[in-house]
Design a protein around this ligand. Structure first.
Ligand code: EPZ
Length: 413
């Protein structure tokens, strides 16, 4: 799959943000915690959601789609999710919590590493053990088994989003109370907690670094709409600034975008926050800035690649330190094919601004790298061809239509 991006573009107009990929994926999986009807509204049409839907069906759930709502009725009849589906997305790891909670045994293929690092699962497994599960690694699979799950204190060495979500789901049906300490604070973790509470769960203080979960015997049905996608929104905010445009971005929660907004303003863009909208303009030159990615509410690692593209064209040198993943600079060499001047030293990238980027044939290595190359294509002279563009479709609903409606000229080859 390839997309062609004609530069130089100036984006102007209005873009509507879709529901969050990283909230929707764990929420769809958490539907397995109840055998009653679950209805999730505004489900985004993106590849990762399609894979999770297939995984739920593989486990014995019945899914009915009407418009952009998805009705789920599940009885977990399979404890070994299909390998070919599991290996396609890291989020499949989140199936462990609900299957262990409902069937007391789960067997799942160990996630392969991916373009942004080895991404171990030690924090997930340590948490399941704390809840009483025995863990076995055999033949490329991990098996977790427990006579019963009992609440406990779990301390996360790192505020892992996935581990916090996985353990929250397991603890929701455990006997007794669980405390997850040094928990992730991401809005998607809070949204998952709100969803589980809408099913009758008792999760307190999600969004703080100590989450308390009072286990329940069973959870009832629910209807729920996940939050808007703060990374999709941030990506379009950067695209507006990178092209010297003027975009009104609707259906956002400005509170979730504070770090992105702060860095855009620091670089010289103008950002106006309204209740559920953000307007981004850039009139003057892009100023070089320093960024360090951190767990929420720090600067999001999922926005790092997009800012690297944007900062490739400034009057000085910017510095980006990637402290969350150990190998998330794969997009650098592709940006350098477009004329960017970037030096990597360990986890730090020094981006020396150049007067102009130029179109090239480039390759998307992961979802956010693909988005970064798309932004670079909009900034460049000529037409950029991005191969492996399926990565982009994993997490950006209708991105070609949304951008072409505000002045881009992008087409699928
Ligand atoms: C979630 O991944 C997101 N994915 C990622 O978004 C996001 O980049 C990441 O959180 C950080 O914000 C989804 O929500 C589906 P982590 P996750 O566990 O849960 C290490 C995107 O582009 N770690 O917080 O996998 C890990 O190696 C994707 O939408 C362990 O060491 O992230 C990494 O260095 C990319 N042991 C760091 O923690 C563990 O057991 C952060 O990982 C688990 C994680």
């Amino acid at each position: 799959m390839e997309i062609a991006v004609a530069g130089k573009a100036t984006l102007q107009g209005t873009i509507e943000i879709s529901t969050s990929k990283n909230a929707t994926l764990p929420i769809l999986i958490a539907a397995l915690l109840s055998e009653e009807n679950i209805k999730i509204n505004m489900v985004p049409e993106i590849n990762d959601v399609e894979i999770v839907k297939k995984l739920l069906q593989n486990l014995g759930a019945f899914l009915v789609k009407n418009d952009n709502s998805l009705c789920i009725r599940s009885f977990v009849s399979n404890i070994y999710p299909d390998y070919d589906l599991v290996r396609q997305i890291r989020a499949s790891l989140l199936l462990m919590g609900p299957i262990l909670a409902t069937r007391k045994i789960v067997k799942i293929s160990l996630p392969g590493g991916c373009a942004i690092g080895t991404r171990p699962i030690d924090l997930h497994l340590k948490g399941f053990e704390a809840l009483g599960a025995k863990i076995r690694l055999t033949g490329g699979n991990v098996i977790a088994e427990a006579r019963e799950l009992k609440g406990n204190h779990i301390y996360l060495d790192f505020p892992s989003v996935g581990a916090t979500e996985n353990l929250m789901m397991a603890a929701a049906l455990a006997e007794g109370t669980t405390y997850i300490e040094n928990a992730a604070l991401e809005p998607e973790v809070v949204d998952l907690a709100n969803f589980i509470n809408s099913m009758g769960g008792r999760i307190h203080a999600a969004g703080s670094n100590i989450i308390k979960i009072e286990g329940k015997k069973r959870l009832h049905g629910s209807t729920y709409t996940p939050i808007p996608d703060r990374i999709e929104a941030g990506t379009y905010m950067v695209a507006a600034a990178a092209t010297g445009g003027d975009l009104l971005i609707k259906n956002v929660i400005p509170e979730h975008l504070k770090a992105t907004t702060a860095k855009l303003v620091e670089s010289g863009a103008r950002v106006q926050e309204m209740d559920r909208e953000i307007r981004v303009q850039r009139i003057g030159p892009v100023r070089p800035i320093y960024i360090k990615t951190l767990p929420y509410p720090g600067f999001p690692t999922d926005m790092q690649a997009q800012f690297m593209a944007y900062l490739s064209h400034t009057s000085g040198s910017s510095v980006i330190t990637e402290s969350v993943f150990e190998n998330r600079f794969m997009h650098t060499q592709e940006l350098m094919r477009m004329g960017a001047n970037i030096k990597i030293e360990g986890r730090t990238a020094i981006i020396k601004g150049v007067p102009q980027l130029s179109a090239a044939h480039v390759k998307a290595t992961d979802l956010r790298a693909g988005a970064a190359l798309l932004i670079a294509g909009l900034m460049s002279e000529g037409t950029t061809f991005i191969s492996n563009s399926h990565h982009i479709d994993r997490g950006y609903e209708n991105i070609v239509d949304k951008l072409n409606r505000v002045g881009a000229n992008i087409y699928r080859n």
